[in-house]
Design a protein around this ligand. Structure first.
Ligand code: SF4
Length: 380
């Protein structure tokens, strides 16, 4: 697959270029390819986006970069911190479209959940993002820009030098419907000259776009999460409508191909727990049968209700019983702790409606874009 970059069409943004793309662009500008490493180190590792500060580059090159490739970042519109320290940002890209990203701190790691599209076309019926429809794909700049920005803001807030230790493509959008930008962005995240995240710490999630899952297997060694939510086609056709195009048998074939490409890996299957819909003993047995023999783990996600939905979350004892049934069959099964509920940051609640968001912020410690509002503190 060819990565997309339009050479010689200024202004260019270097933020989302992987090392090869960046080296190619530099060569096209008459520069040495090794400059790509220097630039990546400045931008992604040191967090410097002002070319004037990149002192190991010549003044001429710095001026050229400033004129040809100004670095543009998403703009923070709303910055919210939940009671459990989960932090969510509403970001504006291209002066109008809004996306969200969420930082979920834990004892030994900080997970950043980023968006890959503005809105989403896949219309999963339990998902709030689906309600706003699809607007456009994010560029690799806008995807990497989220990580740069989160790292920068979290450093300023005292979370240490490398606050983002894991990145999951589980925010707005279906990442595998935007592979031309998601794949180079993932390269930057895993490059030692970029963010240096190990392949186990970058997870791409999909609802089951099987042709792109095969592209992923060929192109990118990252962790894979599959939004399963039902293990029979009749129900999954409703919950995850892309199942009508790529049904479960095709999905399982694509999963097996991924595991053949990366035999040491497992696939994380996400399963939202919906009361009376997909949480019975029968449904648990279907999951066990479907995943039999596969290197798989299951994440049970208590549903987070949002205004206008008819779905309810399963009762806690039902979730635990479901988990026990899966565990008894040998499937490693976790129940995901709901995080950031008071700021609607939990899974499936990402939507870019600024007005609505700001109205529902009564219980939120909310900041605007003033970076210095949080005194430095050591969180871990
Ligand atoms: S769950 Fe994911 S793929 Fe489905 S509509 Fe929501 S954002 Fe899109």
């Amino acid at each position: 697959m060819t990565d997309v970059v339009e050479l010689n069409s200024p202004p260019v943004s270097l933020l989302g270029m992987n090392r090869r793309m960046l080296a190619d662009w530099l060569v096209s500008q008459g520069e040495k390819p090794f400059r790509a490493q220097q630039l990546m180190q400045w931008v992604h590792q040191r967090g410097v986006i002002d070319y004037a500060q990149m002192t190991d580059l010549s003044k001429v090159l710095r001026a050229k970069l400033a004129s040809l490739a100004p670095i543009r970042l998403p703009e923070v519109k709303v910055d919210q911190i939940a009671d459990d320290d989960t932090r969510k940002w509403l970001l504006e890209v291209d002066g109008g479209n809004a996306i969200e990203m969420v930082f979920i701190p834990d004892k030994n790691r900080g997970t950043l959940c980023i968006s890959s599209q503005v809105g989403c076309a896949l219309a999963c019926t339990f998902c709030m993002t689906a309600r706003q429809g699809f607007n456009r794909n994010l560029t690799s700049d806008e995807i990497v820009g989220q990580v740069w920005l989160a790292q920068h803001l979290l450093r300023l807030a005292g979370w240490g030098e490398k606050p983002v230790t894991n990145v999951v493509f589980m925010g707005m959008g279906e990442p595998l419907l935007n592979v031309n930008h998601v794949f180079p962005a993932a390269d930057v995240l895993m490059d030692d000259w970029g963010y240096g995240l190990s392949k186990n710490r970058v997870t791409i999630s999909t609802s089951g776009v099987t042709p792109a899952m095969d592209m992923l297997s060929e192109r990118l060694d990252v962790s894979l999460a599959v939004s399963l939510h039902a293990a029979n086609d009749t129900l999954r056709d409703v919950l995850v409508p892309i199942n009508q195009k790529y049904p479960l048998n095709e999905l399982m074939v694509a999963c097996r191909r991924y595991l053949q490409a990366y035999p040491k890996r497992h696939i994380m299957f996400e399963y939202v727990m919906l009361k009376g819909i997909n949480d019975s003993t029968k449904h648990a047995k279907e999951v066990i049968t479907l995943l039999q023999g596969l290197s798989a783990k299951v994440n049970l996600i208590p549903f987070n209700p949002f205004p206008g939905t008819d779905y309810q979350t399963s009762a806690w004892d039902v979730i635990l019983a479901f988990q026990n049934r899966l565990m008894a069959s040998g499937l490693q099964t976790n129940v995901r702790r709901t995080r950031g509920e008071d700021i609607d940051a939990a899974c499936g609640q990402l939507a870019g409606d600024v007005a609505d968001r700001t109205k529902r912020s009564a219980s939120i410690r909310q900041t605007t874009v003033k970076f210095d509002r949080h005194a430095p503190r050591d969180k871990r």
